[in-house]
Design a protein around this ligand. Structure first.
Ligand code: WTA
Length: 676
C-alpha cells in the first residue's frame, strides 16, 4: 500500500467540497419521482429485474433494440481473454451509420441534429439529412488524403459542428479517432500524436473563447515540427477548418483546408462495415504515472452502452426532447453524450462553442430558454460557479422546459445538488448524478429518473446490467454504512479494451489490485440503504473542474524546468473547482535565493505556472506554487503527500512520525509564514 492509498479511503476524499464520509452520514433527504414523471418514463423497475434475471441476455437485447447491425451477432460476451472482453464479436456494424444514416432512412432526415451556437452568437442548424451529407463528404475527403480503415486520426478542434463531423467521418471509414482537448499544449499534442501514430490531424485556425479568437493551428505546427529527441512524426496531412479567419502558417503539401476538399467531395459514401471489436477511438487520460494512457474503445459494445444509458438515464424522447450536454468533445463525456449516445438515439441537441460566462453569466440559461432545452447535463464545478454568480441570474430566464438534469465528472456536494434542483430545476426536476470514467466508456452508476428516489450527493445504484461493489482492502464487500474502494465485478459492454500499445499497463493499472475485479481508483461508501456515495480519487489522480490531472505528470513538468530541483503536487480542496493543483517546489541551488523576496517568489510562481501550461496545457497550471527547502519523505523516500495536503488546505499537519526527518514539516511551515 502506498502513502496515497489510505487504509480508510473514506476518510480521505478528494477535498472538503467533495462530500466526506462524516457530513454525508447526516445527509438523509430523498426525493421520490413524481407520479407524472414515472408514468411516462422510459425506465421502470422491470429493467432491473430483467437484467438481474439474465444479464447477458439483457445486454444482447439492448444491442439488438438500440443498434442496427449489418451482420447480426450470435455471441454476446467472450471473456476468455480477460481482462480484454469481446462483446457481440461476430456482429458487424458502423457507428456513423447508426448515428446518422439510419435516422434519415427511417424518415427523420428533417429532424434537427444540432442547434449550433457559436460564442460570438452565430448560429447554424443541422438536420440529420445534412449531417449525413456532411459526414459522407468528410469521409470521402479523408479517404482522398490516404486514410483507410485502422489508420489513426487526431482531432484537435474547438466545439464546432465540424468536430462532430470529423469524428463520425473517421468512424465511417473505420479509422479510430483520437480527440485531443483544444486546451492541451503543443507538447501534450505531440506526445499523443506520436503515441497514436496518427496519419492525419484535423484542426482549425482557431476558435472563440472568452470573448476572443484563440488560435489552434500554431500548436499543431509546433507539435509536428522536428524536435531533438522526439520521434519523427507519422502525420502526412493536416486538415484545417476555417473558423476565426486568423492568419495561419501553411506547410504546402501537408496542410489542406477543410472547405477546399470536404465541401467539394461527393456526399455519397458507403460506410465501412466493421467487426464489433474494431477500434472506434483512443482517448488519452491522466493516470498515476507521468505518461497519459491511450484508452481504447471498440465499436459494438461501446455504442450499445452509450445509447442504452443515454436513453434510460436521461429518459430521452427523440421526437420531443432538446438535449444539451455542456462537455467538450475533447473529453469522454463529449464522446459518449454529445456524439455517440445522443446521435445513435436520434436526439436533437444544442452544441455550444464557448464558455458559460461569455458575454454574460446567464449565457447558458439564455440558451436553455432560446432552444427550450429539456435535458441538461453538466459538471458540479459549473454548478458551483453558477451558485457563486447568484440566484438572480438563472431566475431571469425561463427554464420551465427542463425536465431532467444530469451531473458528471466529480462528486457533487449536497449543497450544489440542492441548488441545481431549486434554481435550475424549479424544485421538482429529477437530477441524475452519473458516475463513470473514460475507461468505462459510458455511465455505470446513476439513479434512473422516474424510478429512483434521488438523494442529494449520491450516484446511488449501478445501472441495470452493471455490477458494482464497495470493498475493503481484502476485496470483501463492506457492510452498509461503511466506506471502501469502488470496484466493478462483471465485464460491461463499453469497457475499455486496453491501453493503446500497452496491454501490461492495462492489467497492472486496473486488474492487479484485486483478483478478477476492476479497480476504479475511487473511494466510495454505502449508506444504510446500500446506495453508493462517491468520495473522490484514492490514487495520485486529481480532479480539477471535472478534469483528470495526474500529480506525477505535473511534477515531471515542473522538474523539467531548469530552476526546479524537486517538486511535489497535491490536489487541495477548492470551493469552486473541487480540487486545485498546489505545487511544492525545491529550487536548484543557484536559484534558491530567488524566492526569498515577495517579488522574487511571485516571479518564480509565474514562470513555473507558464512552464506547466506549455508542457501540458493551461488546465494543469498550479493554482499555488510554494517554494520550500525540503519535502516530507518516508524512510523509503516516498513523498508524504498527505502532509502537504494538510498545508495546502490550511489544516493542522497530521501524524508525521513516519518521516525520515521529523523536523521537515516545521522547516516547511517556518518558510511559509511569509505570504505564499
Ligand atoms: C470522477 C468522466 C463522483 C471519478 C466521465 C472518476 C465522479 C473520474 C463522477 C473519471 C460522479 C466522474 N461522482 N465522481 N458522478 N463522475 N467522477 O475519466 O473520480 O474524466 O474516477 O470521466 O471522475 O474521470 P473521467
Amino acid at each position: 500500500m502506498t502513502e496515497t492509498q489510505p487504509t480508510t479511503p473514506a476518510a480521505q476524499p478528494g477535498g472538503s467540497s467533495s462530500p466526506s464520509l462524516e457530513n454525508l452520514l447526516h445527509e438523509t433527504r430523498a426525493f421520490p419521482p413524481s407520479a407524472e414523471f414515472a408514468a411516462q418514463a422510459n425506465a421502470g423497475a422491470d429493467l432491473y429485474a430483467a437484467a438481474q434475471a439474465d444479464r447477458l441476455g439483457f445486454w444482447a437485447q439492448q444491442a439488438n433494440d438500440l443498434i442496427t447491425w449489418q451482420t447480426p451477432f450470435t455471441e454476446t460476451l467472450d471473456w476468455s481473454g480477460a481482462p480484454v472482453a469481446r462483446w457481440f464479436a461476430d456482429g458487424k456494424l458502423n457507428a456513423a451509420y447508426n448515428a446518422v444514416d439510419r435516422h434519415v432512412e427511417a424518415g427523420h432526415g428533417d429532424r434537427v441534429a444540432f442547434h449550433f451556437e457559436g460564442e460570438p452568437g452565430d448560429t447554424r442548424t443541422v438536420t440529420y439529412a445534412e449531417l449525413q451529407r456532411e459526414v459522407s463528404r468528410a469521409a470521402n475527403a479523408l479517404t482522398a488524403l490516404g486514410v483507410t480503415s485502422g489508420d489513426r486520426v487526431v482531432v484537435y478542434l474547438p466545439m464546432l459542428v465540424e468536430s462532430v463531423v470529423a469524428m463520425l467521418a473517421c468512424a465511417r471509414i473505420g479509422a479510430p479517432h483520437s480527440v485531443v482537448f483544444g486546451g492541451f499544449s503543443a507538447d501534450a499534442l505531440r506526445s499523443r500524436i506520436a503515441d497514436a501514430g496518427a496519419k492525419v490531424v484535423v484542426t482549425a485556425d482557431g476558435g472563440y473563447r472568452k470573448g476572443g479568437a484563440s488560435a489552434l493551428k500554431p500548436a499543431v505546427d509546433e507539435a509536428l515540427a522536428p524536435k531533438e529527441g522526439a520521434p519523427a512524426t507519422t502525420v502526412e496531412h493536416v486538415l484545417v477548418v476555417r473558423r476565426t479567419e486568423q492568419e495561419v502558417a501553411w506547410t504546402e503539401g501537408r496542410d489542406v483546408w477543410w472547405h477546399d476538399i470536404v465541401d467539394s467531395a461527393s456526399d455519397q459514401h458507403e460506410p465501412v462495415w466493421v467487426e464489433a471489436e474494431h477500434p472506434l477511438f483512443i482517448l488519452y487520460t491522466s493516470g498515476t504515472t507521468g505518461k497519459p494512457k491511450g484508452i481504447l474503445h471498440t465499436t459494438g459494445g461501446y455504442l450499445t452502452q452509450a445509447a442504452y444509458t443515454h436513453r434510460y438515464v436521461f429518459d430521452l424522447k427523440p421526437e420531443s426532447d432538446v438535449y444539451w450536454c455542456t462537455a467538450d468533445i475533447g473529453w469522454v463525456t463529449g464522446h459518449s453524450y454529445i456524439v455517440y449516445g445522443p446521435l445513435t438515439n436520434g436526439a436533437t441537441q444544442v452544441l455550444y462553442e464557448g464558455t458559460p460566462d461569455t458575454p454574460h453569466k446567464g449565457r447558458w440559461w439564455e440558451l436553455v430558454q432560446k432552444y427550450s432545452v429539456t435535458i441538461f447535463y453538466t459538471a458540479p464545478t459549473a454548478i458551483r460557479a453558477c451558485m457563486k454568480w447568484g440566484d438572480d441570474i438563472p431566475a431571469s430566464f425561463d427554464l420551465s422546459s427542463l425536465r431532467v438534469l444530469g451531473s458528471v465528472g466529480e462528486p457533487i456536494n449536497p449543497e450544489a445538488w440542492m441548488w441545481y434542483r431549486e434554481h435550475i430545476g424549479g424544485g421538482s426536476v429529477p437530477i441524475v448524478d452519473t458516475w463513470w470514467q473514460t475507461e468505462t466508456g459510458a455511465i455505470m452508476i446513476s439513479p434512473l429518473p422516474g424510478v429512483t428516489a434521488t438523494k442529494p450527493g449520491s450516484a446511488q445504484v449501478a445501472l441495470p446490467g452493471i455490477s458494482a461493489e464497495v470493498v475493503d482492502d481484502e476485496a470483501r464487500a463492506v457492510p452498509n454504512g461503511s466506506g471502501g474502494y469502488l470496484v466493478l465485478t462483471e465485464p460491461w459492454p463499453s469497457m475499455l479494451r486496453g491501453i493503446w500499445g500497452d496491454l501490461e499497463r492495462y492489467q497492472e493499472t486496473y486488474w492487479s489490485r484485486y483478483e478478477g475485479l476492476y479497480f476504479a481508483g475511487d473511494g466510495a461508501k454505502k449508506d444504510e440503504d446500500g446506495d453508493i456515495w462517491l468520495l473522490g480519487r484514492v490514487d495520485d489522480v486529481m480532479n480539477v473542474s471535472g478534469h483528470r490531472l495526474s500529480t506525477t505528470e505535473i511534477e515531471s513538468a515542473l522538474v523539467s524546468n531548469e530552476i526546479v530541483a524537486e517538486a511535489a503536487v497535491v490536489g487541495a480542496a477548492d470551493e469552486t473547482t473541487g480540487q486545485a493543483v498546489v505545487a511544492f517546489v525545491i529550487l536548484r541551488g543557484e536559484h534558491a535565493d530567488r524566492a526569498s523576496s515577495d517579488d522574487g517568489a511571485a516571479a518564480v510562481q509565474t514562470e513555473l505556472r507558464n512552464h506547466v501550461a506549455k508542457e501540458i496545457g493551461p488546465i494543469a497550471k498550479p493554482k499555488r506554487i510554494l517554494v520550500v527547502p525540503e519535502l516530507p519523505k518516508t524512510r523509503s523516500g516516498k513523498i508524504m503527500r498527505r502532509l502537504l495536503r494538510d498545508i495546502a488546505e490550511d489544516r493542522q499537519v497530521g501524524d508525521a512520525t513516519t518521516l525520515a526527518d521529523s523536523t521537515v514539516m516545521d522547516k516547511i511551515a517556518a518558510g511559509l509564514k511569509a505570504p505564499a
